[in-house]
Design a protein around this ligand. Structure first.
Ligand code: SF4
Length: 467
């Protein structure tokens, strides 16, 4: 499910939003080009490096608006295109990317292609886009490059093109393995194609695979959810995102609810489902690191007290006398090698309020506490290429930045390191009130939800920030 933070001023009741923990601590850009940092040229000395005046971008979001059918719960900007505009869209996307690469230090560590259905974009257009991205140096520092996929649209050819073009993570919209529940959502795919897609992707070399699931679907029982989870776990994804169904305004699903055609499930059952997920996925070896996200728990460090050699890692490179001459390895005398981390690094960049750019119609951007969004209109996007119209431009005040820090940082199970005194009196009082009723707690000096608080997280978040 595509995820892009929504500006605080447009915060929906379910609390999707963004913000930071500690921007200064989140620098991935190296050489001083960290998150939220504009690298200013030293005016006292001549510089020959044009990049020295550019803002470093940590993450890039690509919005591909095409879908072959509109799911009834969906309020993302996506269209069923009957005018065969994929080539012109790809041209415009490439032009926008090229222009932004000139304007910013655009060497992100994460890229996320969402939509829409990015895997509906024909392989030839993906190939063109990835070649340009590579030529522009945009893939030079990539740590994680995710593409969202609908199970009906993953072919061997596309999997190969994505893998060879630098994509190393796929997020598959499974939603449910129950055909009746998929029908309720008007989600068009065969459950069996989730596994087929994963096999194709793994054959192409992409092993880091997320499955999106939805729970709380009208008619769904706890047994149905347990069956969905069993089937998802059997496929051994590295990450699971489980979202409680939300009736978004102006969607077909909400209209059907309002006409009395479907009944939302009881809130008690919804709560039981979330409790089930917390317990079941923990037992299955997945770490719950964000309200709706679980990552496969890494294997423990090797139990050794002797130095360990890891190929192609940091921090200290040495040439091992025990390996072939050309082999460059790391002598990790303290076993300090970071564990494998299957958390979605791109979403972490949102939750930590780093700098990201969005390209494509409807894509949002956040650079140095300024936000904007491309107009969600494919025809206009193509016509105005390479400078799409922007809407919702806002410059966050210090108070708004602080609020977003709280809203987004609390989504993480690690919580955030904050001083309540930095917030308005209302927020301080609300934090204390929720600590008293054991919905919030300090854990290792970080404010976070308790397990009980997780069940009403959206309400608490809404209470913390005065509207
Ligand atoms: S495939 Fe995704 S983006 Fe497209 S309509 Fe369905 S939920 Fe929306």
């Amino acid at each position: 499910m595509p995820y892009q933070p929504i500006p605080l001023t447009n915060m929906p009741p379910d609390g999707h939003a963004t913000s930071p923990t500690n921007p200064a601590a989140q620098s991935h850009a190296g050489a001083g080009a960290g998150a939220g940092v504009t690298i200013n040229a030293d005016t006292s000395a001549e510089t020959s490096d044009p990049l020295a005046t550019k803002t470093a971008v940590d993450s890039l979001y690509i919005h591909v608006p095409f879908c072959f059918h509109k799911c009834h719960y969906c309020d993302f900007y996506s269209i069923v295109d009957t005018q065969q505009r994929q080539a012109r869209f790809a041209d415009a996307l490439i032009c926008e990317l090229t222009q932004l690469a000139d304007q910013y230090l655009l060497q992100p560590t994460t890229i996320f292609a969402g939509g829409g259905t990015p895997t509906l974009l024909e392989p030839i257009h993906w190939q063109r886009f990835l070649r340009v991205a590579q030529t522009l140096g945009i893939l030079n520092r990539i740590h994680e490059f995710t593409v969202e996929a609908n199970p009906e649209t993953v072919t061997d050819e596309l999997a190969h093109i994505l893998a060879t073009g630098g994509v190393n993570r796929i997020s598959i919209g499974a939603q449910s393995f129950n055909p009746t529940l998929l029908k309720t959502l008007e989600r068009w795919h065969e459950p069996a194609n989730v596994q087929r897609s994963m096999t194709r992707l793994r054959n192409a070399g992409i092993n880091n695979i997320n499955l999106d699931l939805i729970f709380g679907i009208p008619g769904q029982t706890l047994d149905n959810l347990a069956d969905d989870i069993d089937r998802a776990l059997a496929l051994q994804p590295t990450h699971l995102s489980c979202y409680s169904l939300t009736f978004e305004p102006k969607t077909a699903l909400t209209a059907r609810r309002d006409r009395g055609e479907i009944q939302p499930i009881d809130t008690g059952i919804d709560r039981d489902m979330y409790a089930y997920l917390l317990d079941r996925l923990d037992d299955a070896g997945y770490d719950h690191y964000e309200i709706s996200a679980w990552s496969k728990r890494p294997p423990p460090h090797p139990p050794t007290h002797s130095p360990t050699l890891y190929p192609h890692a940091t921090p200290a490179h040495v040439t091992s006398p025990t390996l072939p001459l050309a082999a460059t390895c790391v002598l990790d005398t303290n076993n300090t090698r970071p564990p494998i981390d299957y958390r979605c690094q791109h979403n972490l960049a949102y939750w930590r309020n780093q700098n990201w750019l969005g390209i494509g119609p409807g894509a949002a951007s956040h650079i140095n506490n300024q936000r904007w969004k491309n107009l969600p209109h494919l025809a206009r996007y193509i016509d105005t290429s390479p400078t799409p119209a922007r809407i919702d431009h806002e410059h966050l005040t210090h108070a708004e930045q602080q609020s977003e820090l709280l809203m987004m940082g609390l989504r993480l199970r690690d919580g955030i390191a904050i001083e309540p005194a930095q917030f308005p009196t209302h927020t301080q009082q609300e934090i204390q009130r929720y600590i008293t009723v054991k919905m919030l707690e300090y854990h290792h000096n970080r404010l976070r939800f308790t397990r009980e608080g997780l069940f009403v997280a959206d309400c608490i978040l809404a209470d913390l920030i005065p509207s």
